[in-house]
Ligand binder design. Structure first.
Ligand SMILES: N[C@@H](CCC(=O)N[C@@H](CS)C(=O)NCC(=O)O)C(=O)O
Length: 218
């Protein structure tokens, strides 16, 4: 039975799962979630939370991008081990995965989703808070990345999370130039073939990015 990934090519959390699949050339079927049927109803029935990506492996459903990457490592492993076998090294990988999701990707999404809320329902205080969190996260990450190539040892789950997080965070709330380590890391992530492929597949949809996507870079 072929793995299926319910996803959209522009979605940051889908990018995270796609990087893991592409790193190991894992065969899967991409089920496009663009509102069209029957995929939309099928997806809602499988995962009523309706947050994507969602992986299915036969009868098994695996929501949540981190769980998807953990699942692939256990059930469909390839040569690139995205979670190290060494338990202590794995703690650092998971710590950085949480950092990118909670303190970069989620505040970034909060700013973007605020801008597509209906008039009268905006949350300027929440947006200010989210931008402040991004500023703190950029500064901390710049120190963390000093002397590192990837976020936690070899290329890992943490880097799968970091790639879309830093792509969209900069588009949403610019990463200051002075954070040279963050910029160098972002550049490495965007050049990684697995992420370059996910980025290319998202290009035809970039104009849907609510804050406006750059046309001359990335
Ligand atoms: N914690 C989830 C987050 C998934 C998530 O928020 N996905 C976004 C797309 S990037 C989504 O489903 N958005 C649809 C919506 O908010 O209605 C994960 O890691 O997979």
């Amino acid at each position: 039975m072929m793995l299926k990934l319910y996803a959209h090519p522009l979605s940051s959390y889908c990018h995270k799962a796609l990087v893991a699949l592409y790193e190991n050339a894992t065969p899967f079927e991409f089920v496009m979630l663009d509102g069209s049927e029957p995929a939309a109803s099928e997806f809602a029935a499988l995962w009523p939370m309706k947050r994507f990506p969602l992986l299915t492996d036969g009868e098994r459903i695996v929501p949540e991008s981190t769980a998807i990457i953990e699942y692939l490592g256990v059930h469909h492993p390839g040569p690139v081990r995205l979670i190290p076998d060494d338990p202590d090294a794995a703690i650092e990988v998971r710590m950085m995965d949480r950092f990118f999701d909670n303190y970069v990707m989620n505040p970034q999404a909060r700013v973007v989703f605020d801008c597509i809320r209906p008039d009268g329902t905006h949350d300027p205080y929440g947006v200010t808070e989210a931008k402040a969190m991004l500023d703190i996260a950029y500064a901390w990450l710049d120190g963390w990345m000093e002397g590192r190539e990837w976020a936690a040892g070899a290329f890992s789950l943490a880097d799968c999370a970091a790639a879309p997080a830093l792509l969209y965070a900069d588009w949403t709330h610019a990463i200051p130039e002075r954070f040279a380590n963050v910029w160098a890391y972002r550049t490495r992530l965007l050049a990684r073939p697995s992420y370059a492929r996910a980025l290319d597949e998202a290009r035809p949809y970039r104009h849907y990015f609510p804050l406006g996507a750059p046309t001359d870079r990335d």
